[in-house]
Design a protein around this ligand. Structure first.
Ligand code: AMP
Length: 288
């Protein structure tokens, strides 16, 4: 069932809520296997899957980026139909209307927040609207957008939503590239570079696990990526996974985060490091 108005959405969910568990999967469309992996996980007996498709204007800092974001609604709807998705919510553009803004605090200033001002504020506003309206039992999110997950978890906690977050692994192309709607905007000449992103993350992880890793090496890795043909390395950082704070002498679960620009397209990725990490005098190492 395709739902286009808030009235129909609320009425439909009202009826369903008493009998079934609501799984909500927000997307910006141009659906790929990564999205489908979330959708498939959400489909269980006595559960209803609600997928939204909405290119959220509030989270784009550049007008052109918003304009050029791939939109393939007809194909998306066919795909969702093929996968027997129960409910599809297609908000109208004025769904985003609000004169409010929201300050995410420290979390919103790190990683993608540095070079995408207002991005997480825009994400947060739309997610607040969705959560308030839908009140899903579960919200299903992909690990690729890790900072976004932390922002959403904070919203849920601070606004006392009952929704539980389910986080699913990043679905990758055969060459390791994290699937993303933006991938198809990368021109053929630069495609061969895309495998380097995941390779770089794995190589850093290998070094950390086996020998320890001098933090200053991140800069030489950044320079190497630029030499290999990436236009920009927006960031490459190893941070605590709960807060995105810098490592210190306290053992912490951590992740490696990367964002690069290739052919004008900004891509992000991250991987977890299995063992807890500490940093002492610039050396990052695992703790037993
Ligand atoms: P988007 O349409 O890019 O806003 O993504 C919608 C949801 O799909 C978010 O929770 C993303 O984290 C998730 N997602 C996007 N790409 C992937 C992927 N390659 N693997 C798993 N989940 C993904």
């Amino acid at each position: 069932m395709i739902i286009q108005t808030i009235k129909v959405l609320t009425e439909t969910l009202e009826k369903i809520r008493r009998k079934k568990t609501i799984n909500f999967i927000p997307t910006m469309g141009n659906l790929h296997e990564g999205h489908l992996s979330l959708i498939k996980k959400s489909q269980k007996k006595d559960y209803v899957s609600l997928v939204s498709i909405f290119v959220n204007p509030l989270q784009f800092s550049e007008k052109n980026d918003f304009k050029n974001y791939p939109r393939t609604l007809k194909k998306d709807l066919e795909l969702l139909k093929k996968h027997n998705v129960d409910l599809i919510f297609l908000p109208k553009e004025n769904f985003a209307n609000t004169s409010l803004s929201i300050d995410i605090g420290q979390l919103g200033k790190k990683l993608c927040g540095k070079d995408r001002p207002g991005h997480f504020s825009g994400v947060a506003l739309i997610i607040l609207k969705f959560l308030n309206l839908i009140q899903p039992h579960f919200l299903i999110l992909g690990q690729k957008d890790y900072q976004q997950i932390l922002v959403i978890k904070k919203l849920i906690k601070d606004f006392f939503f009952k929704t539980k977050v389910i986080i699913l692994p990043t679905f990758r192309e055969n060459n390791g590239l994290a699937m993303s709607s933006r991938n198809r905007l990368i021109g053929g000449k630069k495609k061969h570079l895309t495998k380097i992103i995941f390779e770089t993350l794995k190589a850093i992880e290998f070094d950390i696990q086996n020998f320890g890793f001098q933090k200053k090496k991140l800069n030489s890795i950044r320079l190497k990526l630029l030499k290999q043909g990436f236009e920009k390395v927006n960031y490459i950082e190893i941070l605590k996974e709960k807060s995105l704070s810098k490592l210190d002498s306290k053992p912490s679960k951590s992740r490696i985060f990367i964002s690069i620009t290739i052919d004008g397209i900004r891509l992000i990725d991250n991987i977890a490091i299995r063992k807890k990490l500490v940093e002492q005098k610039g050396l990052i190492k695992t703790v037993k």
